[in-house]
Design a binder for this molecule. Structure first.
Ligand code: SF4
Length: 309
């Protein structure tokens, strides 16, 4: 099989920084135990499982906010994830006497600062993001007046009586231009003088551009977690910009051999929170795969949990 390895792909600086922080805490006995992460340090179950094998407890429950998850911690060290955290949660954790470490990515912090600045300047802030994702959760905690928009329907429901106010629009760092464009068109029709600050981070942008600029292939595989926003977007961008059939897989074990039947070429990329070894295993499998040789079809991982760190 002809395999095109797209670059850049894989870990971004925010993920590397967050993982290094957890590793340091694990290795340093002076950090009080137990070690908790409020959510998943980055959105990848394999990384969460690997840290669990070192005794790190990731508290993550669908529908529960960071503040609610914090209620489950009584002592020890708590690490806040790369997706950002609200000041209220940090204060509450300190009140509990917990040792706090913050792995918020600097690109996410930049959005927090932009929102805070514009609120001080008297703007109404509209934030585009995904519901139930921790990054918007922290941004929306900055001020209750922030208006949240996920899709065109939400944008249509924005109040018309803000037309004479100063409007500032910004967004989650891991969206794609397709998520933003249609929503912005509606915002523009409602508030023609709005100010927009596109905060798709550079890591997300360059990985999406590599997908958009690739030569045509029969199939694209994105290695990443279902929960990972930036990984999901890579598959979305491939379908929308190139009409290439594209699937998000968490690793070699998720490959469906039916996808490979009677095709000649496949491109591979991975999300910013995908372990390099997991992507490498996928690439090596595809390179040796032959349609007519069942001996090349076996696709179970040989990686041990801790190999992915
Ligand atoms: S994807 Fe972007 S915002 Fe998220 S951790 Fe990586 S660099 Fe930071």
């Amino acid at each position: 099989m002809k395999v095109i390895e797209l670059t850049p792909r894989g870990y971004c600086h925010g993920v590397l920084n967050a993982m290094a922080m957890v590793k340091k805490v694990v290795k340093t006995p002076s950090y009080p135990r137990p070690i908790y992460i409020l959510g998943q340090i980055v959105h990848n179950q394999k990384i969460t499982d690997a840290f669990k094998s070192y005794g790190v407890i990731s508290l993550d429950q669908k529908g529960k906010t960071r503040l609610e998850l914090l209620e489950q911690i009584e002592s020890g060290t708590v690490i806040f994830t790369a997706h950002g955290i609200s000041k209220l949660v940090i204060e509450k954790a300190k009140e509990k006497g917990l040792t706090c470490l913050n792995a918020t990515c600097r690109d996410v912090l930049k959005v927090h600062h932009a929102v805070e600045d514009k609120l001080k300047e008297g703007y109404r802030v509209i934030y585009i993001g995904h519901r139930n994702h921790p990054e918007p959760e922290a941004v929306l905690d900055i001020d209750p007046s922030i208006l949240f928009v996920e899709n065109e329907k939400d944008a249509m429901l924005l109040p018309n009586d803000l037309v004479n106010e100063k409007i500032f629009v910004t967004n989650q760092t891991t969206l794609s231009k397709y998520d933003i464009e249609s929503v912005l068109n509606i915002i523009e029709s409602k508030y023609p003088n709005y100010l927009f600050d596109n905060e798709i981070c550079n890591a997300t942008l360059v990985r999406q551009e590599a997908v958009m600029n690739q030569d045509m292939v029969d199939l694209m595989l994105v290695v990443g977690d279902q929960l990972s926003s930036n990984s999901n977007k890579l598959a979305q961008v491939s379908k929308k910009s190139k009409s290439i059939p594209s699937y998000l897989i968490s690793g070699i074990e998720d490959i469906n051999l039916d996808w490979l039947k009677d095709i000649d070429s496949v491109s591979v990329t991975s999300g910013a929170s995908t372990p390099t070894k997991v992507t490498e295993e996928v690439i090596q499998f595809l390179k040796q795969y032959k349609n007519d040789d069942p001996n090349t079809w076996h696709h179970q991982t040989t990686l041990k949990k801790q190999d992915v760190l």
